[in-house]
Design a protein around this ligand. Structure first.
Ligand code: UFG
Length: 345
């Protein structure tokens, strides 16, 4: 019997890659999205990649509790992967209520409906942002969470806490189980170039800014700070390929559905364990794609941490998952995606 996975926010960047890998692994997927931060490009891409022209897309807002209840009543849902959330750090500082309301309410509604409907396995898309500026590197799941530096980061921490509390509280009926995956820096696109990141307006994140500069949409990449006490003066991050990241979700869903969880709430870092500096990433992009990038060093960006990278050994061991794509392959895929978007314009 096929198992059904609801992917909330499934038409977005990470959700679409996860949908592909779930379908490849034999799961049935219900994609639900309010389309507030994406169009149907990735959803159409998923259908093409998987040959699943019948893949349902339910347009709905998880802040609508009645609609969420209806979804759970009308569908078999064995697990939920919850992506539906706003994700722009700067915007969350300017408009905190938008973030608290949307990101927390939608998640509470998913858990409420799942609970009322007899329970569910819930996978929450968390972030390495919960570690703040870590005291020790690499960070393990036991590294302390630091006070959040933005309302966005705070919603990630609070959502982890909500999930953990609900798992504990409803443990007598044993009906909610949860996993939080803490992503490091997801980058790249599907090798088919049919799905990828579609930032609206000026990108905040490094790789979309690089690809848009290389294609001529942006004049010049600013590298935020080259005076950090790191080997080349620029910040260190753990860039995780989005297809590798998607595969970690499949491994986590299987762990939940196959009854392999050791605790009813578990947390895993999803990263490579490999620190890469901003300058190294820029140089690799230029080299592997044979393009020249216009960039300059500017002041540090407020709120940036200097270095953060994962110890992914728990996910390696317990999920049987490991990041596989090299940074070069990932940067090639990001460039291929940007070029395919340019071809459509
Ligand atoms: N960077 C630049 N120029 C840019 C964009 C980024 O130099 O135009 C640098 C940043 O200073 C940082 C690195 O590239 O050193 C990565 O920046 P991103 O914005 O791509 O990613 P962050 O590590 O800042 O952001 C990540 C996640 C967020 C999360 C945040 C918390 O993408 O979801 O960490 O700090 F909230």
């Amino acid at each position: 019997m096929a198992k059904y996975v609801l992917v909330s926010g499934g038409a977005g960047y990470i959700g679409s890659h996860v949908t592909v890998e779930l379908l490849n692994a034999g799961y049935e997927v219900i994609v639900a999205d309010n389309m507030s931060n994406c169009d149907e490009t990735c959803y159409e891409g998923v259908k093409k990649i998987t040959g699943r022209a019948d893949l349902p897309l339910i347009k709905m807002d998880f802040c609508d509790l009645e609609a969420t209840r209806k979804l759970f009543k009308e569908h078999q849902i064995d697990a939920v992967i919850h992506f539906a959330a706003f994700k722009a750090v700067g915007e969350s500082v300017a408009e905190p209520l938008k973030y608290y309301k949307n990101n927390l309410e939608s998640f509470v509604n998913v858990i409420t409906a799942a609970h009322e409907n007899g329970g569910c396995n819930i996978l929450f898309s968390s972030s390495a942002t919960v570690y703040g500026e870590p005291e020790k590197l690499p960070v393990t799941e036991k590294s302390p969470r630091q006070p959040a530096t933005s309302p966005y980061g705070e919603t990630k921490q609070i959502s982890e806490d909500i999930l953990s509390a609900c798992v504990k509280a409803y443990t007598t009926d044993g009906i909610i189980k949860g996993i939080a995956l803490r992503y490091f820096n997801p980058i790249g696109a599907h090798p088919s170039a049919l799905i990828g990141e579609l930032p609206r307006g000026v990108p905040n994140n490094l790789v979309p800014f690089i690809t848009q500069t290389a294609i001529g949409k942006r004049e010049c990449l600013s590298i935020f700070g080259n005076d950090y006490p790191t080997p080349d003066g620029t910040c260190l991050r753990d860039y995780i390929d989005v297809v590798d990241l998607a595969k970690a979700h499949v491994a986590a869903v299987s762990r939940m559905l196959d009854g392999k969880m050791e605790e009813s709430y578990e947390v895993f870092n999803v990263g490579t364990g490999r620190p890469v500096s901003v300058l190294e990433l820029v140089n690799s992009f230029e080299k592997v794609n044979n393009v020249k990038l216009n960039y300059r060093f500017t002041d540090r960006r407020a709120g940036d941490v200097m270095s953060v990278y994962a110890d992914p050994s728990l996910a390696n061991e317990k999920l049987g998952w490991k990041a596989e794509r090299s940074i070069d392959e990932t940067l090639e895929s990001a460039w291929k995606w940007e070029k395919s978007l340019a071809g459509k314009e």
